[in-house]
Design a protein around this ligand. Structure first.
Ligand code: ADP
Length: 174
C-alpha cells in the first residue's frame, strides 16, 4: 500500500478533516501560532475543555472536539523545545512521539484523516529540515498500526516548508 501522505500550504484551522493536530504546550495554555489560530476558530469551548486536562507529557496526545472549527476533533500534543537542555536524542524521540501518539489516537478512534502542522518549528524553534525528517519517519512507523487512516496531510504554513516536505517525501506522495 502506498503511504497516504499529502502536502498542502494553508491554515490548519480551516481543515474539515476527522482531526487536526495542535502544536500545544504542556500546560495546554493559550499560545500563538497554530494554537492561537485553532482557539480562535474553535471558540471559547475549546479553552474551557483544555483547562481540565493538563499537564501533559512531552509527546503525549490528548483529544478534544473541534467545537466551532471545521474539523471534528483536535488532537493536542506538545513538542520538545529545541533550545532546552538535554541530549538531542531525547528531543528527537520526543518530537517523533508527538506524531506517533497523535496517529495512535486517531487510529483508536477509527479516524480516516488527520492533518499535522510542522510541529516544533515555530516558537519551539526546531530546524525545519531536521524536524521534517523526524515527522515523516515517525508517521511512516506509526502508520503500520493505523490501517484505517487514509489521509495524512502535512499542512505547511509556507511554500518553503512545503518544498522541504516534497523533497523529504519524494515518490511517497499520493
Ligand atoms: P511550536 O510551538 O510547536 O513551534 P507553532 O504554532 O509556533 O508551534 O508553529 C508550528 C508551525 O506551524 C510553524 O512552522 C508555523 O509557521 C506554523 N503555523 C503557524 N500558524 C499556522 C496555521 N494557522 N496553520 C498552519 N501552520 C501554522
Amino acid at each position: 500500500m502506498s503511504a497516504p501522505f499529502e502536502i498542502m500550504v494553508g491554515r490548519i484551522e480551516t481543515l474539515a478533516l476527522d482531526a487536526v493536530v495542535n502544536a500545544a504546550n504542556r500546560q495546554l495554555a493559550p499560545g500563538s501560532g497554530v494554537d492561537g489560530a485553532l482557539r480562535q476558530a474553535a471558540g471559547p469551548r475549546l479553552t474551557e475543555a483544555t483547562k481540565r486536562i493538563p499537564p501533559i507529557l512531552t509527546g503525549e496526545a490528548v483529544i478534544t472536539p473541534g467545537f466551532d472549527a471545521p474539523m471534528k476533533f483536535i488532537i493536542h500534543t506538545a513538542a520538545p523545545i529545541w533550545s532546552d537542555e538535554g541530549p538531542q536524542g531525547a528531543k528527537v524521540a520526543g518530537l517523533a512521539k508527538c506524531y506517533m501518539s497523535s496517529i495512535k489516537m486517531a487510529a483508536s478512534r477509527g479516524f480516516e484523516s488527520i492533518a499535522f502542522p510542522c510541529l516544533g518549528t515555530g516558537v519551539y524553534a526546531w530546524p525545519r529540515g531536521f524536524a521534517c525528517g523526524i515527522a515523516i519517519a515517525a508517521c511512516e512507523q506509526a502508520l503500520e498500526q493505523a490501517p484505517k487512516l487514509k489521509r495524512i496531510v502535512f499542512c505547511c504554513f509556507t511554500e518553503d516548508d512545503a518544498k522541504i516536505y516534497r523533497d523529504g517525501l519524494g515518490g511517497r506522495l499520493r
